[in-house]
Design a protein. Structure first.
Length: 277
């Protein structure tokens, strides 16, 4: 077990094991698959700074609309266990993280065929599919997605950074966003999510700006986006499960200590490996 000092003194061994598992999952979200797409983000970020204010406003408006539409549609398209209709059976089949990742890859490819114009059309569809998957993940941790507060928490996952955005203070940003959406209304949550997701969407749109070639970028990036936000949803709702028995600040302190200790251990291993070569 990692040496965690006093930060985790109020947690049982089982709970610390859970926090270590969550930390591993969080590291996965910012790991090699995500970094493989970071070159796209870097180039897009350079372009984004040169885009006119009018165009950036259009991206923000499109992102805002996509979030509001997905908030309504993601829940409305969840399967109803009490219904035996053919439509409900189809919705039940469209289930699971892998299915949603594949589906967003397909919509990304179609959206990228026409460059920027079709990418913006694809945005609400992709956002809805990802949010639908996030809601299913929340339900797997005994969250009641019929509760509007839980659905707001699901939407809030979009505020936890993005796969194309480098963030040296990622853990701080994660908990700042989590605290900001605690008990928030939909309007309040959108104020937290929109600025962060807007940057991510801007990078994605510019990466898909070239027709046809944008289809390849769209399929790749949408799949990466799905995997990233699905993993962050697991992180968020596993932490929420621990917060049922502990103060949020206590969980934050222990989780950040676990992450810091993991990083320090990894650096020591890297130094040892270099020294032995």
């Amino acid at each position: 077990m990692l040496d965690l000092g006093n930060a985790c003194s109020g947690f049982s061994e089982t709970e610390i094991d859970e926090l270590e598992a969550i930390a591993a999952q969080y590291s996965e979200a910012t790991g090699l698959v995500i970094k493989a797409a970071s070159w796209v983000g870097g180039k897009a970020d350079q372009l984004l700074s040169k885009v006119s204010d009018e165009w950036q406003a259009q991206i923000t408006e499109a992102t805002d609309l996509a979030l509001r539409e997905s908030y309504k549609l993601a829940f409305a398209t969840q399967a109803d266990e009490q219904s035996t209709s053919l439509l409900n059976q189809a919705l039940g089949w469209a289930n699971g993280e892998r299915w949603h990742a594949v589906a967003t890859g397909v919509t990304g490819a179609l959206g990228g065929l026409g460059g920027v114009a079709t990418t913006l059309i694809d945005l609400p569809v992709t956002t809805t599919l990802i949010l639908r998957s996030i809601q299913q993940i929340a339900a797997s941790y005994d969250e009641d997605v019929t509760d509007e507060d839980v659905r707001v928490q699901c939407l809030g996952v979009f505020g936890f950074g993005g796969p194309l955005t480098e963030d040296d203070q990622a853990e701080t940003g994660l908990f700042a966003s989590r605290i900001a959406i605690t008990g928030a209304t939909l309007s309040e949550a959108l104020k937290v999510v929109l600025p962060r997701l807007g940057v991510v969407v801007g990078e994605k749109v510019l990466a898909q700006a070239t027709p046809v070639l944008g289809a390849v970028a769209g399929a790749t990036l949408n799949t990466v986006f799905s995997n990233y936000y699905q993993t962050m949803a697991h992180v968020h709702f596993r932490l929420r499960r621990l917060e049922r028995n502990h103060d949020q600040e206590q969980v934050k302190a222990c989780f950040e200590r676990v992450l810091k200790t993991r990083k320090e251990k990894r650096k020591r291993m890297q130094v040892t490996a270099k020294a032995s070569t």
